[in-house]
Design a protein around this ligand. Structure first.
Ligand SMILES: [Zn+2]
Length: 743
């Protein structure tokens, strides 16, 4: 469902039809928060006497089958709108701020321009308007003027409270007027003393302790998830309170991405794309040192070629997207869009590789691939189209191929650890988890502490000779004898590798480092490494005094940029210092430099770290030497913090009884494993079942089964495995293997 967005014209005409003379509409800078709205409007010096408002869309909990019935709260900006108490009052459960999509779907609005005027008859059919509007009683009965967004974050309209109430009544939406001041002062009602207890027995005359019902517990959980600083910074939930919502808000408000009207696809904005480019720059230079060349193959694959390698296509078939039509006519033979390019490229490898002197052939492409998944999409982690690089190489011997598999995996580890400050565990995948159609798969495995789930970071596969046999990629064996030369026995199938790293890297980085204030960017990939904010500017200053500070900021930024540091002076006029601080914190800029009148006198700046909030003074003239050191120190401490947490969450377990229990403490489990595929299936089943019996029911954290993440290369860190048995099946253990719930 989608609705027509309100326009200034549609609003004016609706108001006119209600005989409301809305003559007062002002234009101003776009606002992205309550604070910037106030700044923008107050800079116009309208002289009018009015109060600001807020408009929030909530989505109460509804049964999966029931239609969503969103609640729009319209209140004076400083009215405390306690959603738990409100939910009780209007008999709705677990009211949570609606996702941006819902705001778009129901009102055609964004959080920056939503207002009661976004509600209109056009939002819903006559008599069955889908919205419940809750209007602050303070506003509803007031003759005073209030400010509302008018179809845009750049326009503000002034209406009296009564006029807004009248307008809302005319839209066909159900409107309830609520006195929030009374809600706030009334404690939530306690369960009645004679309510049946859990056991169903209640002794007469005995005052029973209130039985916490499930809804109250949930409401408390939702309350606990709220971010107390939300008004100030815009992230309304805490990271460890409501992680999925936190992730969405951080990406959107941190300016990493925007949503798109094809499900599962997202727009990468410069702030995130720059991270990808930093990864590209590093990795591209490194693979070129290994003799890899870049090229580009078409995104379309014919079905004949795609289906050449059976195991491979079985692994991908359900996700392959097909082009079946051009214009109005159906294609005679539909073509697929590459889910990966093995089968696209290898017919040409067969053509190009004529002799062992053509080996090794090492090609890479930076491209996007499409995997039309139907699981719940998650920005960066699971998207239908994603950016990656895919390397495809052919070698004369297995030894050469083996060597390269490890070299590439090491580079992937360096991308995570040296650029993104994210620790990973390198290892090899089990038979069940290896690349479809390949020989073996190596991987770097990351960890998201908030959920305790693992995430595959990048994979480097040895394909063996499986694909060269399917695509007939052969050379004359240099060791062929006179008898075999020129015969099939004198031919040798090449050994192949393929390896890929995707924009998933960015999602892992955000999940690992972000905090309740927003993104925390690792310095080496941050588009801006330091932002310089002028401070202490007051109305009493002369223009010259003010300019001195602004010039110092600009000059500092210039000299830092000259020294190779990505620096920016934030000289925006209409924003307060506090707003700027919050804004850059939300975007995670590693270091903020503050320059005020006193700092100028002392020839110093104040440097504030984003990762831990530490402040330190630095001499202005030493800045170009000190700042790079500080950025490295930030990188190191971000890595160490994440690494300590990951290590503390990898637990060696040798008895099955401890397996799921350890898993349920958000840990990965390292067991001495038999490496039998049926055993891996059994582990997944048993850990899922045990999880759901032993854990509190929480539908947002389903207790999925554990799968094998990798067999770590570094086996020496664990005890001697000789004589140990697999805790699941009792067979002889082969190698220590990391299991966990994962993305
Ligand atoms: Zn086993």
């Amino acid at each position: 469902m989608s609705v027509q967005a309100a326009t200034l014209e549609s609003i004016s005409s609706s108001l006119k039809s209600l005989s409301i003379a809305a003559t007062s509409v002002v234009s101003h800078a776009a606002s992205t928060s309550p604070d910037s709205w106030k700044e923008a409007v107050s800079s116009l010096a309208t002289g009018a006497n009015f109060q600001y408002t807020k408009t929030l869309l909530f989505k109460p909990k509804t049964a999966k089958t029931a239609k969503a019935y969103p609640v729009l709260v319209v209140a004076k900006n400083d009215t405390e709108t306690n959603t738990t108490a409100l939910g009780k009052e209007i008999n709705q459960k677990e009211m949570r701020l609606a996702a941006p999509e819902l705001l778009q779907d129901f009102l055609g609005a964004t959080k920056d321009d939503v207002s009661p005027l976004s509600v209109s008859k056009a939002n819903g059919p006559e008599g069955s308007h889908p919205l419940l509007v809750v209007l602050d009683a303070f506003v509803a009965s007031s003759e005073e003027q209030f400010a509302f967004h008018a179809a845009s974050s750049e326009k503000t309209i002034f209406l009296t409270g009564k006029e807004v109430a009248k307008y809302l009544e005319s839209t066909g939406a159900k409107v309830e007027t609520i006195d929030f001041s009374k809600l706030a002062s009334n404690p939530a009602p306690m369960p009645k003393a004679n309510a049946p207890s859990a056991s169903g027995v209640s002794a007469p005359g005995v005052t029973q302790a209130p039985v916490a019902n499930n809804n109250a517990a949930r409401a408390r959980a939702a309350d606990a998830a709220k971010n107390p600083d939300a008004e100030l910074i815009g992230i309304t939930v805490r990271k460890d309170g409501d992680f999925p919502e936190w992730y969405q808000q951080v990406l959107k408000k941190g300016d990493m991405l925007d949503y798109y009207d094809v499900s599962g696809c997202y727009i990468l904005k410069p702030w995130s794309y720059n991270v990808w480019q930093a990864i590209q720059t590093f990795f591209d230079a490194e693979i070129k040192k290994l003799g890899v060349e870049n090229c580009y193959f078409p995104m379309f694959v014919s079905s004949d070629v795609l289906e050449r390698e059976k195991d491979h296509i079985e692994g991908f078939a359900p996700e392959v997207a097909w082009v079946t039509r051009a214009g109005s006519s159906d294609l005679e033979k539909p073509v697929a869009i590459r889910p990966t390019s093995e089968t696209v490229m290898y017919p040409y490898y067969a053509k190009w590789i004529r002799s062992h002197r053509d080996l090794p052939l090492k090609l890479n492409q930076w491209n996007s691939v499409v995997r039309w998944e139907f699981k719940h999409p998650q920005p960066f982690l699971r998207t239908r189209e994603f950016l990656w690089q895919e390397g495809h190489t052919a070698h004369l011997t297995l030894e050469e191929a083996d060597k390269e598999v490890k070299q590439i995996l090491k580079l992937y580890q360096r991308v995570y650890e040296d650029l993104l400050a994210v620790p990973v565990v390198p290892g090899v995948k089990s038979e069940k988890e290896k690349f479809a159609g390949g020989f073996y798969t190596t991987t770097v495995e990351g960890f998201v502490p908030t959920t305790g789930r693992g995430i595959q970071g990048g994979t480097s596969h040895c394909l063996g000779q499986n694909f060269s046999k399917m695509f007939n990629i052969t050379v004359d064996d240099p060791k062929a004898t006179d008898e075999t030369r020129g015969t099939p026995e004198g031919k040798l199938f090449v050994w192949q590798n393929s390896w890929g790293l995707s924009t998933r890297t960015i999602g892992v980085m955000v999940m690992v480092h972000g905090d309740d204030k927003g993104l925390v960017m690792p310095p080496r990939v941050s588009q801006i490494q330091t932002v310089i904010v002028p401070c202490g500017i007051s109305a009493k200053m002369t223009p010259k005094e003010k300019d001195t500070i602004l010039d110092a900021c600009e000059e500092t930024a210039r000299s830092l940029r000259e020294a190779g540091i990505r620096a920016k002076a934030d000289l925006r006029e209409n924003y307060s210092t506090g707003f700027k601080f919050n804004d850059w914190e939300l975007r995670g800029v590693p270091v903020r430099l503050e320059i005020g009148p006193k700092d100028l006198e002392k020839e110093q700046v104040v440097a504030v770290r984003r990762d831990n909030g530490e402040k330190a003074s630095m001499k202005t003239k030493e800045l170009v030497h000190e700042l790079p050191k500080l950025l490295d120190a930030i990188h190191d401490s971000m890595f160490k913090k994440a690494d300590d947490i990951y290590r503390a969450h990898r637990k060696v377990v040798t008895k099955w009884d401890d397996f799921t229990r350890t898993l349920n403490t958000k840990c990965h489990v390292i067991i001495p494993w038999c490496e039998v595929e049926a055993c891996e299936d059994a582990i997944k089943d048993r850990s899922a079942r045990q999880g759901s019996e032993g854990e509190a029911q929480d539908e947002r954290a389903p207790s999925m089964g554990a799968k094998s993440l990798c067999i770590p290369f570094d086996q020496a860190q664990y005890p001697d495995i000789a004589g140990l048995e697999c805790p699941q099946c009792g067979q002889k253990a082969k190698r220590w293997t990391m299991f966990g719930r994962s993305y």
